[in-house]
Design a protein around this ligand. Structure first.
Ligand SMILES: [Ca+2]
Ligand SMILES: [Ca+2]
Ligand SMILES: [Ca+2]
Ligand SMILES: [Ca+2]
Length: 461
């Protein structure tokens, strides 16, 4: 009997610890009213299901509440689209994403890792999935599968990351393979924006027949020839990561001291500081937090993914006072479990869009936030041995496509009331372990009347 009581107490404690109390409460409140029949009852039930969805619950609770809310929308004969209706009910006018995967011609894909960059330098950002499937952006309206035409038909990989490793103005990529099937790591050189060729034999054989998880470029010499750090699979037994030093487009293994240094720098790049971690709660397995300003107010918001389908995704809006609001449901990102994901302005409307890789299907989410805020994109590139800033995508095609990784840019805003605010961004080749954002620095300008762009340096530089 005593054992039984102890077991019961343990289950109770675990239940309390594991639950989201607010969501449980919302769930509890809504039960006695279901099934609701009358109009007012239906409206009241809608508010309560909405409350649960906004606060978040288990996947099962979320799916049930979503089904009920959808049903009530039908029963009430609401003419507004479902999403508009519940956002109005919630009084929400914040960040909103729309799933445009099918209309862009990308339905039924299942890729996990995403690298966003403009491979053919036409000003429109293209999508490289899993280091071997390339989709060309046709002015933000459609994506065309160009895998075959650029020579990647027989190319197999599990991850790819863009950089112009030989500084010829054409954007190359490195691909790594996780499968341990001898596919190896490949330096893929871009030939005049037409085709990619594997050049390991000429540029340095970085393939070592050891499975690799991911790679990151880093310009260790500050000369525009990015070196490469490759993370090896630990699952298959104690392999060392590899640092490949790039000298004028040719790779050699860097010395072990340098490898350790590169590892430190890369780890630092993956984390940002916040004073208010209490607001940013989550359970389950999460990785690769993505900081980006999705509503162009100058404040960095946070998207956090889940590794597993049973966990929810999070989007936190930065309120500007140290606090964050969970807008995962109302923004429309809640349903997408993901591995890799990345952001870039795919349709050039000034708002950062999201691409999410997932076992449930690869998704493209266009940012359709209704915001009067302006934004600015700065693309630091190497040209004639110097770093120049490009701030007009229409002019990108006239310049080399050689991202200057490691460059920091400060934009000082002058607001209508005369106050000033400085935003700082650094161009990194990757974030987390699996993905690459567009190699352009994005600055939400809010309602700034003027702004000044300059290169920023570390104190030790
Ligand atoms: Ca392009
Ligand atoms: Ca190149
Ligand atoms: Ca923001
Ligand atoms: Ca956009």
């Amino acid at each position: 009997m005593r054992r039984l009581l102890l077991l019961f107490a343990l289950i109770l404690i675990l239940g309390v610890l594991g639950a989201n109390p607010q969501a449980e409460l919302a769930c509890f409140k809504v039960r006695p009213r279901s099934p609701a029949k009358k109009h007012t009852q239906l409206e009241a039930a809608a508010h309560q299901y909405l409350e649960l969805l906004i606060k978040g619950g288990t996947d099962k609770q979320m799916e049930e509440a979503w089904a009920e809310l959808t049903q009530i929308h039908k029963q009430l004969n609401i003419t507004d689209p479902l999403e508009d209706w519940y956002r109005t009910l919630a009084g929400y006018d914040g960040i909103v994403f729309k799933d445009v995967t099918a209309e862009l011609g990308l339905a039924d894909l299942q890729h996990f890792r995403i690298a966003i960059a403009d491979y053919d330098n036409d000003g429109w950002l293209d999508l490289l999935f899993d280091g071997c499937h390339l989709y060309r952006n046709e002015e933000g309206l459609r994506f065309a599968d160009v895998t075959d035409s650029v020579g990647l038909t027989e190319h197999h990989a599990s991850c790819g990351v863009w950089a112009d490793f030989n500084q010829d103005g054409y954007l190359d990529f490195v691909s790594t393979s996780y499968d341990g099937d001898g596919r190896g790591d490949s330096l893929m050189k871009n030939h005049q924006n037409q085709r990619f060729y594997r050049v390991n034999e000429r540029a340095g054989d970085i393939a070592d027949d050891i499975p690799s998880l991911s790679a990151a470029w880093i310009d260790i010499d500050g000369k525009g020839f990015p070196s490469l750090y490759v993370e090896k699979s630990t699952e298959q037994g104690g392999y060392y990561n590899r640092f490949w030093h790039n000298t004028a487009g040719y790779f050699k293994e860097g010395d072990p001291e340098l490898s350790a240094k590169a590892a430190e720098i890369i780890i630092q790049q993956h984390f940002a500081n916040t004073d208010n971690w209490d607001e940013l709660k989550g359970s389950g397995l999460y990785f690769a937090p993505l900081w980006a300003d999705f509503d162009n107010d100058g404040l960095m918001d946070l998207f956090v993914n889940s590794l597993y389908e049973t966990e929810r995704r999070y989007l936190y809006r930065n309120n500007g006072d140290g606090s964050f609001t969970d807008v995962s449901f109302l923004s429309g990102v809640w349903r997408y479990d993901s591995w890799g994901y990345a952001c870039g302005d795919l349709n050039r409307d000034g708002l950062l869009d999201l691409v999410v890789g997932s076992g449930n299907g690869t998704r493209v989410l266009y940012n359709v936030t209704n915001s009067p805020n302006k934004s600015l994109f700065v693309k630091p590139v190497w040209q004639d041995g110097e770093i120049v800033f490009l701030d007009d995508p229409a002019l990108y095609p006239q310049r080399p496509n050689s991202p200057a990784y490691g460059t920091k840019v400060a934009v000082t805003l002058t607001m209508p009331d005369g106050s000033q605010n400085t935003l700082m961004r650094e161009l990194n080749s990757t974030f987390g372990s699996y993905s690459q954002n567009a190699p352009e620095l994005h600055f939400g300008l809010g309602q700034a009347s003027t702004w000044n762009v300059e290169r920023a340096y570390n104190e030790e530089d």
